[in-house]
Design a binder for this molecule. Structure first.
Ligand code: ZN
Length: 448
């Protein structure tokens, strides 16, 4: 049945929770998104100009807090507490001070709550920009060129944070008010531990659905991997280089250790056919050597080397099981190919997260399908992503259907990151329609 024309927004006080939107209501809301889109782009630019790298999110969070307060949302801002977090099995290990690492949540409460509740989540932290001379512009100037907005964090995911706020605006400016409670979350730590979203959940923020507009190429994430961050310290035997053969080079040995971990990666990739949604990916399990340091002197055989790695896990493999496999693989390394004894000790450094699958057939997904079709004039597609997403926090620890769905981007975590503004406009419209149908709307009383 095509129920698209079933019902519009009801009279003031009535509300429409659970009803599909009329064609007229949809176009009012989408027109309101278009009318404010220049402001939305300016807001993304302002956000990008705050380099909110890990532990330096404060000024960008100030901006988010101001934007939420201007919209009349009830503000809750708090610093993440590593001790409290660490009691949770899904917390990532923390090696940085959390004094300045804060979440901001803005809550909208309808006068009478008759609709379904919703969390609109996004992360404020961005990954380091890397060598700036590899960029063709400053990573922080937020230039718009040929319909793309450039800058570190533009796609991942400041455009998404803006889309959440401007989607809410569009409903109001179209003359409606949502009938459900809505929490707009701007969280830290998505790029390293997932502790920001986890902290918001532990603080009591739950809802009947979650939307996270990560840069997902206008598609919905069906499944994603878990991620573990860890550091391997390899110990050598230092000597002067003139008698190098009597020493043992910890940096050379680290290559060997990484090679052994690659064997584990190969084994896990070879098992992809056993994991629904991952069969068709070329290489779902990626082990990344992210950072390396070692040695003390150019003419001394290095006594130590530390390698920071990131490894993926299939959904259904617990972080504990993944970690056990990694540490067992390391414990099995006793000597290199020449028989030199190796000690390789691993410690956790961040993510300790299991992947998840968004089960098909949820009501939330059906509502998003209709919203996407109206905003894009195309069917919603879903896909599997071999990267970490905060969606796992809500799916695994609160059993909330979580829609990770957002705009087209290029080069996230790379040089010249940018986001497609036409895609951002449509995603904003789609999220606005999602809010309207999921929470229900009522005509807003004059002056409200
Ligand atoms: Zn992201």
């Amino acid at each position: 049945m095509d129920s698209d024309e079933r019902s519009g927004a009801g009279p003031a006080g009535g509300g429409t929770a659970g009803a599909t939107l009329s064609e007229e209501t949809r176009s009012r809301i989408l027109r309101a998104v278009d009318a404010r889109f220049d402001d939305e782009v300016r807001f993304i630019q302002e956000l990008v100009r705050h380099p909110s790298r890990r532990t330096a999110e404060r000024s960008a969070q100030d901006l988010m807090e101001r934007a939420m307060a201007e919209r009349g949302l009830e503000i809750d801002r708090w610093a993440l507490d590593p001790v409290e977090l660490f009691a949770h099995p899904g917390a990532g290990f923390v090696e940085v001070p959390y004094d300045d690492v804060e979440n901001v949540v803005g809550t909208y409460r309808p006068v009478t709550e008759s609709g379904r509740s919703l969390i609109l989540n996004g992360h404020i932290d961005v990954v380091p920009e890397g060598p700036e001379d590899q960029w063709s512009r400053s990573p922080w100037d937020a230039e718009v060129r040929d319909g793309w907005l450039y800058g570190r964090g533009s796609g991942d995911m400041k455009a998404g944070l803006a889309a959440n706020l401007f989607a809410l605006d569009a409903i109001r400016e179209a003359g409606f008010a949502p009938c459900g409670r809505i929490h707009v979350e701007s969280v830290a730590e998505e790029e390293c531990t997932g502790n920001g979203s986890l902290s918001a959940l532990m603080r009591g923020y739950t809802a009947e659905a979650v939307v996270i507009p990560e840069p997902e190429e206008d598609m919905l994430v069906r499944a994603n991997v878990g991620v573990i961050w860890f550091r391997v310290r390899v110990t050598g035997r230092p000597t002067h280089v003139r008698e190098m053969a009597t020493g043992f080079n910890a940096i050379d040995a680290a290559y060997f250790v990484v090679g052994e971990l690659r064997a584990l990666e190969d084994r896990w990739n070879a098992e992809k056919a056993q994991h629904r949604h991952f069969e068709d990916l070329d290489h779902p399990i990626n082990l990344n050597v992210g950072m390396i340091r070692g040695g003390d002197w150019g003419s001394s055989v290095p006594a130590w080397c530390e390698v920071d790695l990131r490894c993926a896990l299939y959904p259904g493999t617990s972080a504990d099981a993944g970690w056990a496999a990694i540490t067992e693989a390391l414990a099995a390394i006793t000597a290199d190919a020449n028989g030199n004894p190796i000690t390789a000790a691993a410690t956790r450094t961040g993510f300790y997260a299991e992947g998840y699958v968004l089960e098909e057939g949820s009501d939330a997904e059906a509502v998003l399908e209709r919203a996407h079709r109206a905003a894009f004039g195309a069917e919603l597609e879903s896909f599997t992503t071999p990267g970490y997403l905060d969606g796992r926090v809500f799916v695994q620890y609160a059993d909330i259907p979580t829609l990770v769905y957002g705009p087209i981007s290029r080069a996230i975590h790379g040089n010249d990151e940018c986001v497609d503004l036409e895609s951002v406009r449509r995603i904003t419209g789609s999220i606005a329609l999602f809010i309207a149908e999921w929470c229900g709307i009522e005509e807003r009383a004059e002056g409200a």
